[in-house]
Design a binder for this molecule. Structure first.
Ligand code: UD1
Ligand code: MG
Length: 453
């Protein structure tokens, strides 16, 4: 039978060096809080919701994650990592055969690496297994002490280490997989450090003294062990995470031109054969279909863009763009902008809370707000929907195949019927029937257009 496994994530520390009102583990990396990555890695090795030990900012942290993703226990006083794990005992004793312990501030530790750790412990008859890394810069990590036979005998914290121990290059990552029945008892046997803290790392000596082996799995990617203590670490971790995200998209068939200049947040999806040009930001819950060309210099947040679209030097936020649409340069789609298939939106246009149906053309310098524009309508240069009267927003409804002359002011609320025309420079204040030409200020109908059948 496979042993049951639960993850415990230590996250009660204050994160003083971040100098922030926001709890450390809620600081974002590529659009997600640090803790979200740790939870995700834990979920890769166990279907049980991880148990997060919280203290500083506990309520704020709990509010940020739903109960489906994590359970929380509080550590009221931060008396050390061993004491922190103890807070999960009531919840987990007898519930889980193995307990994986990791830290909430290590977002780069991969699920696959945790799996290696768990697999090692499954075949270890001893008390627990842990991850270590070899590096010249110890960064304040605990040092791994081994005996002449190469067996791990202790972890020594930097503050307590002798000069010889300080020179040890093998470092404690702070990820462990314990045999649960042994762990819960051992935690109560940890002695307080000179600073009055109960170190989880002291479990090594407890195990060794009881004749139980401790397995160390040396990982080779040092970047996985970056823990975040200040904003320099935050920036380092973000650079690594960004590179990982970009590489994932490239391996999935997306071309990134100068990827180091492209910032793609974690939840963004991109279709195959899409090309992203430099200085482009794809943020939030954005999805881009296949064979589109995005950028350079574009900023897209929480938007859906279809297939074969071109978004050139433009800003999109909360927009829905269907297929074969081209946008920009210097276009802005705001919340609720919806462009149908084959829409052309050229330079210096802004669309907000509006639907432009299939084939609409809006080439130059226009503002369309709170409007519905029918299929294949042409919006002349400089057209403005005057949607705001100083107090309220009003709608504009334009039918299909309409020709809006350059510099038309469409004073809402307003309806313009299908196939109507407005003359250049007209200020349209009254509804326009179908097939009608209006001109002037204020615009008047000058003829019912005769249409060839
Ligand atoms: C710890 C390890 C060290 C390891 C290093 C890797 C111990 C004693 N030392 O040191 O060997 O090399 O991590 O980064 O474990 N926490 C609580 N409650 C507490 C204390 C800490 O929840 O009372 C949490 C912190 O929020 C943090 C994690 O435990 O997420 C690690 O604590 P931290 O104080 O950063 O330990 P380090 O000194 O870095
Ligand atoms: Mg630390």
């Amino acid at each position: 039978m496979t042993p049951s496994l639960t993850a415990v994530i230590l996250a009660a520390g204050k994160g003083t060096r971040m100098k922030s009102e926001l709890p450390k583990i809620l600081h974002p990396i590529c659009g997600q809080p640090i803790l979200a990555y740790v939870l995700q890695a834990a979920r890769a090795v166990s279907a049980e919701p991880p148990v997060v030990v919280v203290g500083h900012g506990a309520q704020q942290v709990q509010r940020a994650f739903s109960a489906a993703f994590a359970r929380f226990v509080t550590q009221d006083e931060q008396l050390g990592t061993g004491h922190a794990v103890m807070q999960a005992e009531n919840l987990l004793r007898g519930q889980s055969d193995l307990v994986l312990v990791t830290c909430g501030d290590m977002p780069l530790l991969r699920g696959e690496t945790l799996q290696k750790l768990v697999d090692a412990q499954k075949s270890n008859p001893g008390a627990f297994s842990m991850l270590t890394v070899l590096h010249d810069n110890p960064r304040g990590f605990g040092r791994i002490v081994r005996d002449s036979a190469g067996r791990v005998t202790a972890i020594v914290e930097e503050a307590q280490a002798t000069p010889e121990q300080l020179a040890i290059k093998e470092l404690n990552v702070a990820a462990y997989c314990f045999r649960a029945d042994w762990l819960w008892d051992a935690l109560h046997r940890i002695q307080a450090s000179p600073k009055g803290e109960y170190y989880l790392t002291d479990t090594v000596e407890l195990a060794v003294r009881a004749g139980l082996s401790v397995q160390a799995i040396v990982i080779d990617d040092f970047t996985e062990t970056i823990g975040i203590n200040n904003r320099i670490h935050l920036a380092e971790a973000e650079t690594v995470m960004c590179r990982r995200i970009n590489e994932r998209h490239m391996l999935n068939g997306v071309s990134l031109i100068s990827p180091e200049t492209i910032y793609i947040e974690a939840e963004v999806s991109l279709g195959a054969d899409t090309v992203v040009w430099p200085n482009t930001f794809l943020l939030g819950k954005t999805s881009i279909g296949a064979k589109s060309v995005i950028g350079p210099d574009s900023h897209i947040r929480d938007s859906q863009v279809g297939e074969r679209c071109k978004i050139f030097k433009s800003v999109l936020e909360g927009a829905l763009v269907q297929n074969d649409v081209d946008v920009g340069p210097f276009a802005r789609l705001r919340k609720g902008a919806h462009l149908g298939n084959h829409v052309h939106m050229g330079n210096f246009g802004e669309v907000k809370d509006s639907y432009l149906a299939d084939g609409v053309k809006m080439g130059h310098f226009s503002y369309i707000g709170n409007a519905t524009i029918g299929a294949n309508t042409n919006i002349g240069a400089g057209t403005i929907t005057c949607n705001y009267d100083g107090e309220k927003k009003h709608p504009t409804v334009v039918g299909a195949d309409v020709f809006i002359g350059s510099d038309s002011m469409l004073v809402a609320p307003l309806t313009i019927g299908a196939r109507a025309h407005t003359g250049a420079g007209s200020v349209v204040t009254k509804d326009v029937p179908e097939d009608t030409l209006v001109v002037g200020v204020p615009a008047r109908a000058i003829k019912k257009m005769i249409r060839e059948k």
